[in-house]
Write a protein that binds this ligand. Structure first.
Ligand code: DX5
Ligand code: ZN
Length: 217
């Protein structure tokens, strides 16, 4: 059976002044997920989107929100992010010494949970939490900035995670520098959820979505 793939446009790359219009374009193109990057200026240098913004976005659309936490001590913010309406919360392996309990807490709230691997973190580091998650997010750039170039070395990591996941119902997401030239490579390696920021939001969004989907057929 062919695995179901999903696109998750990253609103970090959206034009906030036109956010409503851009979300409407995503909706009319049947986009599966909306990727929301939360950055705290510590775990990564930039700052972006807190719980209040997630709540506002949730009120604007019915597309499920795929919330990517790039923050230190995520355990302190889970309650507010859950309450704001996140549908999936992913946590960096590197961001907390309480990864297991954070994932337990998300699962208890009956929303989807995921663990994220930065480029320097190996696949083996998540072996002990794999049965707790609905998704593994493999960063294909260093976290914290949009518009960076895709790191081809991450393809081998996607393959390793795919092996670890086996037949389990766990999505494998890639985030960073995804475009129409590398999305099929990620898919062949085992990914089935694709974040796209700079590529998708610049130019004709409908055409960009089409170009990405064509590569996944
Ligand atoms: C980077 C963020 C990404 C980013 C992707 O740290 O996690 O979600 O917005 O943007 P592009 O596709 O431009 O790399
Ligand atoms: Zn992200």
């Amino acid at each position: 059976m062919k695995r179901q793939y999903k696109l998750s446009p990253s609103i970090f790359a959206a034009n906030i002044a036109n956010l409503k219009e851009q979300i409407e374009i995503l909706e009319s193109n049947n986009i599966e997920l909306l990727h929301v990057d939360v950055m705290d200026g510590h775990f990564v240098d930039r700052m972006a989107f807190g719980a209040d913004h997630i709540k506002m976005i949730k009120e604007m659309t019915s597309i499920p929100l795929d919330v990517h936490l790039m923050i230190e001590e995520p355990e302190k913010h889970l309650d507010s992010i859950i309450k704001a309406g996140a549908d999936i919360i992913t946590i960096h392996q590197e961001s907390t010494t309480r990864l297991y309990s954070c994932l337990q807490k998300i699962n208890k709230a009956n929303i989807k949970s995921g663990v994220v691997l930065s480029p320097g973190t190996s696949a083996q580091t998540i072996e002990n939490v794999i049965d707790l998650v609905d998704m593994v997010l493999i960063m294909t750039v260093n976290p914290g900035e949009g518009g960076q170039s895709f790191l081809p070395d991450m393809l081998a990591k996607i393959e390793k995670v795919k092996k670890m996941v086996g037949d389990k119902n766990i999505d494998i997401e890639v985030d960073g520098g995804i475009d129409n030239k590398n999305i099929d490579l990620c898919s062949k390696a085992g990914a089935n959820v694709f974040v796209s920021g700079g590529y998708l939001f610049n130019g004709d969004m409908g055409e960009k979505i089409k170009a990405l989907r064509e590569k996944l057929l």
